[in-house]
Design a protein around this ligand. Structure first.
Ligand code: G6P
Ligand code: MN
Length: 445
């Protein structure tokens, strides 16, 4: 089995490789090809992987290339985790949005739109090449904004592209844990879009245990989303939202906290990661150790401003590792070995949510087997959630339109229609601001 990793010089690649190292069964990945546009980053990550593989006799062989077509040819799986414009671009996205008083998070609101506008053309180009060079390959998309990018690629790859995220998994795991259940024995009733979904129930042995959680203030105060949203609001919703909904439900406080912060998340990561890649370039520096220290710091500070705005305190030790590499591995195993699994994934709607058309990519539990990921039937969302999902999907569609046509007016419309952008004039200035700094947006006319 050949796995090609796009964004192969990316910081989280050793997590994926670490998951592969634990898989010794038949049909496992035996060859990993790293692709990146930056040869220096490839060298750095290859060093970390080599140190990680030490002492594992059946470790997958690793090669690296900057030639995309060579990387894709003959791939069984393509894992895509690229960042168009790098972390400098992420920091620009945040800065320009915050200057307008709106959020610049990489997947939510103005920042997500800016990131989507420069990523979609690149993702579409990759999808076209996969369709030509590796037509039987399965593409696992982790590139953010993951739902939108998966939908862009699905127009060329159909159901062969599947989007993944670790936040619904982490949420399900936390809710199961506070209810005293093993995550594997719990059925998580979750649906929405990527970074915009709700847990509406959690069944253990056929019984919905979520009402027990919602009725118990002590239990509600004992996990991340409980502290982030507060017991009263969760009880009002009758559901547990994905952590990214904090940006919607507590938008004013989140914007305030991000404006007050000394550095935005993107700027912090830009500096932190620059230090890591420079450090690993020195052969005297133990690569795996430096990577692990950097990773721990990155995980501990994840969504720190939101937690601060909510007075939610530090992250729990068990939550520090998101586990998206395990989602990716479980997905590959289920497809390659026809091992049935249920995973929350980003796939085409096909009638699951009646308010959206069949091609809209949504995030929903799926049964996975050798034929791919099949969304399960779920109850409809309540009106307030359907409203948000439809509004954000409409924004995503404007982004896809802008990327296809190059229309600046469509880009303005995407920003202006977003529930977290409060004026058409703000949207116009955001397009001006973003096109001025991002070469990847030069196509907008
Ligand atoms: C979670 C999200 C991912 C995101 C990551 C960001 O895992 O689900 O979509 O890429 O966090 O973390 P970062 O350290 O880049 O802020
Ligand atoms: Mn995610």
């Amino acid at each position: 089995m050949k796995l090609t990793i796009l964004g192969g010089g990316g910081f989280r690649v050793p997590l994926v490789y670490g998951a592969l190292l634990g898989d010794h069964a038949d049909g496992r990945v035996t060859r990993v090809v790293l692709h990146d546009v930056d040869a220096g980053r490839l060298r750095a990550i290859a060093r970390v992987l080599a140190e990680r593989a030490a002492g594992v006799p059946d470790a997958p062989e690793v090669t690296a290339t900057t030639d995309l077509e060579e990387a894709l040819r003959g791939a069984d799986f393509v894992f895509s985790a690229i960042r168009v414009g790098g972390l400098e671009g992420r920091a620009d996205d945040e800065r320009i949005a915050l200057a307008e008083g709106v959020l610049g998070q990489e997947t939510v609101g103005a920042g997500g739109i800016a990131f989507g506008l420069r990523t979609v053309p690149v993702a579409v180009d990759i999808a076209r090449r996969v369709a030509r060079l590796a037509p039987d390959a399965w593409v696992i998309n982790f590139t953010n904004p993951a739902g939108l990018v998966t939908e862009a690629m699905s127009r060329h790859l159909g159901d062969r592209v599947i989007g993944i995220c670790d936040s619904p998994v982490g949420l399900g795991r936390r809710v199961a844990r506070v209810l005293g259940a093993r995550p594997a024995e719990a059925w998580v009733d979750y649906v929405g879009l990527n970074h915009l979904g709700w847990v509406r129930g959690l069944r253990i042995a056929g019984r919905d245990e979520l009402p027990r959680l919602l009725a118990d203030p002590v239990l509600l105060g004992s996990f991340e989303e409980g502290r982030l949203f507060g017991a009263d609001w969760l009880r009002s919703l009758g559901a547990i939202p994905n952590e990214y909904l904090h940006y919607y439900y507590f938008n004013r406080e989140a914007v305030h906290a991000y404006r007050e912060a000394g550095r935005t998340r993107g700027a912090f990561l830009r500096d932190q990661q620059a230090g890591f890649y420079a450090g690993v370039a020195d052969p005297a520096v133990p690569a795996l150790e430096l990577w692990d220290r950097t990773r721990a710091e990155r995980e501990a500070t994840y969504m720190a401003e939101n937690r601060e705005a909510a007075g939610a305190g530090e992250r729990e030790a068990e939550d520090l590792s998101g586990g998206y590499e395990n989602v990716a591995l479980a997905l590959m195993r289920a497809i390659a070995r026809d091992e049935r699994a249920t995973l929350i994934l980003n796939v085409r709607n096909r009638g699951t949510l009646a308010a959206l058309d069949g091609d809209a990519v949504i995030e929903v539990p799926c049964l996975v087997d050798a034929h791919g990921a099949h969304p399960v039937a779920v109850d409809p969302l309540p009106g307030h959630a359907t409203g948000l999902v439809c509004a954000v999907k409409a924004v995503e569609r404007e982004v896809l339109d802008a990327a296809r046509s190059g229309s600046r007016a469509a880009a303005v419309k995407a920003f202006a229609l977003h529930p977290l952008v409060d004026s058409v004039n703000v949207a116009r200035r955001l397009v001006d601001g973003y096109t001025a700094v991002h070469p990847g947006l030069a196509y907008l006319r």
